[in-house]
Design a protein around this ligand. Sequence first.
Ligand code: EPZ
Length: 415
Amino acid sequence: MEELIIRGGRPLAGELRPQGAKNSVLPLLAASLLFTKGCTLHNCPHLSDVESAVEILKALGCKVAWEGRSISVDAGDLREDEIPEALMRTMRSSILFLGPLMARLGRCRLSQPGGCVLGKRPIDLHLSGLKTLGAEVTQKDGSVTCGGTLTGGTIALSYPSVGATENLILAALGAVGTTTIYNAAKEPEVGDLIGFLTAGGAKIYGRGTSMLQVEGGLPEGASYEVMPDRMETATYLSAVAGCGGEVLVRGAVAGYLEPVIHCFALAGCRFREEEQLLALQAPKRLNSTYPVRTGPYPAFPTDAQAPFMAAMLRADGVTVIEENIFADRYRHVPALRALGGDIRTQGTVAVIHGVEHLRGTYLEATDLRGGAAMAVGALQAQGESHLCRIEHILRGYEDFPGKLSALGAEIEIHK
Ligand code: EPZ
């Protein structure tokens, strides 16, 4: 079993370039099913979740070529309407193939998606939106069957779900007529999906707003660059903020990270933002900041909550965090306590009393961001930490130990 060995307690310094965004490339790969003349995505990160998405495309009958960081998809021979259960279970994003399959074939069979265990993760908004467009949906023994011809309609989401917004945009392109989605998610990754689809000629209006209009009609061909991964950058900013030191992130879009930047600035970090460049200088010890509440974009992102918490373990004072998106997203807390962190949780709230020192220990990653947060904690701890179950981390971070080593961290992977 692979594990990370981390010898912490030293400041970090260096330069980084973000990978292509995991949470963008996955919907973009699902969207590739819609392009009538094929498409190529550039800046694709080498991650196990991306491999799973490629396997799903192949299982559906697509031709996929992955060369370096570019993935070309030809969905001309799409014939299968069923996603194999084993592939559905590999990640939550497997559900994003539902909308495109309905758009292309008017039918789809799948089982419940897998993914990080963060509490209940229903797919009711995806399914009710499809029903509004005319799909017949049957759920039995954990499997979902959808069928029917889609017609444009008005969908009002009761919550701005990222995945449901993406799925419904994709389905609506195969509908006859125009679909309006109210209370759509405004996450930059939704914008990236719209950018990709419109590059292929799709007509989608309202990018970046909570009201989207999607005209039925499939995109043709496109060559598109995946946006930089804001959660990967937030994680490395957390590592440097927690350990002290400085980092220059080339190719980052600071605007996507404002809530995280703002909190670390209040905690004593200095930032320089230029186009495609973000520099952070962190003091030896952070101050606590005002309460941080996660929420849909542009609020503080839930995916940055765990690494941020880890960065605040040694901050001078008390930091309060409120997790409002997922019911069970404090699974990293016991591990951060094992490192010496003083964290008390009640319901959605976590209270962190900053301690002066952390000490290395044995840790087990519980989920993607939680695992990364444990590494951020271990990097600040005196002595050696062993972090196992790192397959969770590698689902979302390309060359995780390599990028931290480039910042001067003592971290190695043991097979
Ligand atoms: C996306 O998940 C991201 N994943 C998640 O990233 C991220 O945490 C999340 O958005 C929120 O920003 C990808 O983009 C691949 P949601 P998604 O639908 O689409 C509830 C990471 O660490 N909900 O916006 O699944 C749901 O239970 C990950 O990279 C319903 O109730 O998130 C949750 O409480 C993990 N019914 C809330 O909405 C539904 O039908 C937000 O979920 C759908 C969602």
